[in-house]
Design a protein around this ligand. Structure first.
Ligand SMILES: CC(C)(COP(=O)(O)OP(=O)(O)OC[C@H]1O[C@@H](n2cnc3c(N)ncnc32)[C@H](O)[C@@H]1OP(=O)(O)O)[C@@H](O)C(=O)NCCC(=O)NCCS
Length: 426
């Protein structure tokens, strides 16, 4: 059953996305998967929320299947290598079949869609001495015709093919085509819908990566699968061309698309332009998410539980870390002016976002804020993260005598027996 809180979470994001465009790049294999019908429903929801959608689809899987059915050899399946004349013929058949499947699927959920000839291409040419034959390179995107389709509340469906305006069609790589479409149409994000959960590093799913982190990962040989490396490279390129958020999700997961785009925790990997991590003062709009973050940590007795009323009263002392406009961590900075001290409290990094340095950056930001406001010392109380504050944030042990008097009294009443830590701001 859908919970009311799920609706609330979705609605929180809608104003930022309304009237903007998502490019959804779907691997060919997903289109044949039973979960494709759920992806179509998710796209219908985006459409009904007035979020524009353009679909780019792949065809490698179908090209391979068709070749094996016909007993033919192919020169390359994904549009990155040489495409000979037999392979372009198969690519045309396979891609047209998939486009038709996508158009039929969209019709079945009541969505108008068209397949325009909006991608103009020329031959990729001779690369490292090899003639790439029918492998193409995007020359130009017909932005005007795509805009018209989207403005008429229809969905353009783009196969990984480009036309030269005369009689030749070229095979394109769908990951790269998605980047071209998204950057030309000023899309807010690309969502790669794949057969994998996202980017894995040493077999662990990586939830989010800045462009700089992605480039580091790409340099470290063998750490990421070939398929995901290609997506990561496309993602970095998209970010450098102004599409600041790229998601890689598993299209086989039932709630994949909506959960990634509309939930705080996400399900796949988000690659984002570095500037999309922002630390800012909290506002009343952030109250529900701050309350949830603190509630989760308080259940494990890691932080003190606070009521909504208290949070509302103190919201001016809170800060949040946003990734992709999505608050993922919070902390508070309470002033004790008489003793020129400030307390760092309620430091919580959301589930799925830990161990990316967010806690450290948040603490360092609050430290600088406290310094700029003229405080001489920062202190914090911790039951379970005192080694974190010592080892990762430069705090040292202190005693209750180091606390400002009102805090000393509160601590002894609370019975939490927290460790006291401090850091000089000189
Ligand atoms: C503690 C917390 C804020 C750390 O945030 P984070 O963004 O995950 O941490 P960072 O990425 O900056 O640092 C990660 C490092 O800290 C270590 N670390 C994380 N939590 C720790 C803890 N409770 N104690 C000691 N070390 C910890 C990690 O093992 C990692 O170590 P490494 O860099 O050597 O691999 C986060 O785990 C959290 O929200 N915990 C629950 C709430 C809490 O305890 N808050 C503090 C009380 S106010």
């Amino acid at each position: 059953m859908i919970r009311l809180t799920d609706f609330r979470e979705i609605l929180r994001y809608v104003p930022g996305f309304r009237g903007r465009l998502f490019v959804i790049a779907i691997d060919g294999e997903i289109i044949e998967h039973p979960n494709f019908s759920n992806i179509l429903l998710d796209i219908a929801l985006l459409h009904n929320l007035n979020i524009g959608v353009a679909i780019v689809h792949g065809a490698s899987h179908q090209i391979r299947c068709l070749a094996s059915q016909l007993g033919q050899q192919i020169s390359n399946d994904n549009g990155t290598g040489l495409t000979d004349s037999a392979t372009i013929d198969l690519a045309l058949k396979a891609a047209n079949g998939i486009t038709h499947q996508v158009l039929t699927g969209l019709a079945s959920v009541g969505l108008p869609a068209v397949c325009p000839n909006a991608v103009l291409a020329h031959p990729a040419g001779i690369l490292k001495g090899i003639d790439m034959q029918f492998t193409g390179r995007v020359e130009r995107i017909d932005v005007r015709s795509l805009r018209q389709i989207i403005d008429q509340r229809s969905i353009p469906v783009l196969p990984p093919l480009g036309f030269d305006g005369r009689s030749q069609t070229y095979r394109l790589n769908s990951d790269r085509l998605a980047v071209e479409i998204a950057s030309e149409l000023d899309a807010i994000k690309i969502v790669y819908v794949t057969m994998r959960d996202g980017v894995r590093k040493s077999n662990e799913l990586v939830r989010h990566l800045t462009v700089a982190e992605s480039r580091e990962l790409l340099k470290s040989d063998g750490n990421v699968s070939k398929e995901m490396s290609a997506k990561l490279e496309a993602a970095c390129q998209a970010c450098s061309r102004g599409v600041s958020r790229v998601h890689i999700i598993n299209g086989r997961s039932e709630e994949g698309l909506l959960a990634e785009v509309f939930s705080n925790e996400g399900v796949g990997t988000l690659i984002y332009d570095d500037e999309y991590e922002v630390i800012r003062p909290a506002t009343l709009n952030d109250m529900p998410i701050i309350h949830t973050l603190i509630h989760q940590a308080a259940e494990n007795d890691e932080v003190v539980f606070i009521t909504r009323e208290y949070l509302e009263e103190q919201i001016g002392n809170f800060f949040v870390v946003e990734i992709d406009r999505n608050p993922v961590a919070c902390a508070a900075l309470y002033p004790f002016k008489e003793s020129a001290q400030a307390e760092l409290a309620s430091v919580v990094v959301g589930i799925g976002h830990e161990d990316y340095g967010i806690g450290r950056r948040l603490i360092s930001h609050l430290e600088n804020t406290a310094r700029a406001r003229g405080f001489k010392e920062l202190f914090c109380l911790s039951t379970q993260a005192f080694t974190y504050f010592q080892q990762k944030a430069g705090f040292v042990d202190a005693t209750v005598d180091d606390l400002p008097e009102p805090r000393r009294i509160e601590l002894s009443k609370s019975g939490r027996n927290s460790r006291v830590l401090k850091k000089s701001l000189h």
